[in-house]
Design a protein around this ligand. Structure first.
Ligand SMILES: NC(=O)c1ccc[n+]([C@@H]2O[C@H](COP(=O)([O-])OP(=O)(O)OC[C@H]3O[C@@H](n4cnc5c(N)ncnc54)[C@H](O)[C@@H]3O)[C@@H](O)[C@H]2O)c1
Length: 387
């Protein structure tokens, strides 16, 4: 098994998820590659050192530029905020490293083009962290749609509902800062449901959107917590700042295949912690998925005899379902963390077999164009083409 040294940038929420996945990947998947947790990178030495110890990294470092140039690093894994992605991708590509990058790809379309150009010039492997594609139920939905089981697709309907910033005293961390995050619920949550829409239904040609910011002033985060999402109202300072991102974004979309879509993302849906639900209606049937019940896929087959017609609830835990044969015997559920293992297994298998990992940065650019078209449509108050 070929060993590849990984440098991970970011050590908090996604840093932990990626560390877990890199550790578990060779245990469950024989990809031909064994990732070595070589260096974990962050900006604050003390918590970083603790994360390195907790997550099993050989070394830690505070300067990502030095690390991505190191000759002993093979793969750069980016789990830092979106405004850092393009710059790190460009440097890592110049140094000839394979690159895994968290979503959203970048803040702007212009940055996405530069980052894509850099990896294409360098000829390195590149993949984005849209882990919900790696939920077996979603991968199964993709297979059902591709095999024609839904017929012609008419509707894609998605909501991504959370409630984690409803407390007005919750500080204005980087996920509420346009310069760092790109936008609010839109870049964070719509990016996921746009990915599922493009993956399952196809390209989007036009959009019209609206947004709202409910809490317009928030306490600044305490200095030491400025770049962390892992905090509560306790991490606030007494200084107030203006929130310059959306708390909710909604938009309508037209697909190239004449299907239509509705999208709603919010961090103000009280009681909804991580409610990522999609419904797809086609001429021959429908599919429903909700991340809060992620081992299940609802399927309606219009060809069933009338007396037994209705949505059936498929537990996506059989050996015949995507990814499941690597995990447990039928019926033994998998969880959120496993989607990251599936994701890295696909990435390392593509490196081992010299194939193209998906979604690559080309697809990242397409998603940035949809994100930006929605933002433009809100600014000009009308339908906007995606180009
Ligand atoms: N795939 C998913 O479901 C998912 C979920 C959450 C976040 N994300 C994405 O992962 C990325 C990180 O988000 P998070 O929730 O882990 O954030 P976080 O705040 O929990 O962690 C961010 C990390 O980046 C580090 N960092 C910040 N600026 C840096 C810089 N300039 N140089 C080096 N390190 C820097 C911080 O120190 C911290 O370790 C974002 O792109 C986010 O959109 C993806």
């Amino acid at each position: 098994m070929k060993k590849l040294n990984v440098a991970l940038i970011g050590y908090k929420f996604m840093g932990k998820a990626h560390s877990y996945a890199l550790m578990s990947c060779p245990f469950f998947f024989k990809t031909g590659v064994e990732p070595v947790r070589k260096v974990i990178v962050g900006r604050h030495a003390a918590p970083l050192k603790q994360a390195a110890a907790d997550f099993g990294w050989e070394e830690c470092a505070t300067d990502w530029r030095e690390v991505v140039r190191r000759p002993d690093i093979d793969v750069v894994d980016i789990a830092s905020p979106p405004n850092t992605h393009a710059e790190i991708v460009i440097e890592a590509a110049r140094a000839g490293k394979h690159i895994f990058c968290e979503k959203p790809f970048t803040v702007t379309v212009a940055e996405a083009k530069q980052a894509l150009d850099a990896v294409q010039r360098a000829g390195v492997k590149h993949m984005l962290g849209f882990n919900y594609r790696r939920v077996p139920a979603i991968a199964h939905a993709k297979q059902l749609i591709a095999s024609g089981r839904l017929g012609r697709i008419y509707h894609f309907r998605a909501v991504y509902l959370q409630d984690w910033i409803m407390d007005p005293q919750f500080p204005r961390i980087w996920k509420l800062n346009r310069a760092i995050a790109g936008s609010g619920s839109h870049h964070e949550l719509c990016s996921h449901i746009i990915d599922l829409a493009l993956h399952l239904v196809g390209p989007i040609t036009g959009v019209v959107g609206m947004e709202q910011t409910f809490i317009k002033q928030r306490p600044a985060p305490a200095e030491s917590d400025k770049l962390s999402t892992m905090l509560t109202a306790d991490g606030a300072s007494s200084k107030m700042e203006t929130v310059d991102v959306d708390d909710t974004t909604l938009f309508l979309a037209r697909f190239a295949n004449d299907a239509v879509g509705t999208f709603e993302a919010t961090r103000f849906a009280s009681g909804r912690r991580n409610h990522n639900r999609i419904e797809i209606n086609g001429s021959k049937g429908s599919l429903v998925f909700n991340l809060e019940d992620m081992n299940r896929l609802e399927y309606y087959n219009a060809d069933d005899p009338k007396d037994v017609q209705g949505f059936r609830s498929i537990q996506v835990n059989e050996g015949c379902h995507p990814y499941i044969s690597h995990w447990w015997p039928p019926g033994h559920a998998i969880g959120y963390q496993n989607t990251f293992v599936n994701q890295f297994a696909d990435f390392f298998e593509a490196i081992a077999k010299d194939t193209k990992p998906e979604p690559g940065f080309e697809e990242g650019l397409e998603k940035q164009k949809v994100l930006e078209a929605v933002t433009n449509s809100i600014a000009r108050n009308g339908w906007t083409d995606v180009r």
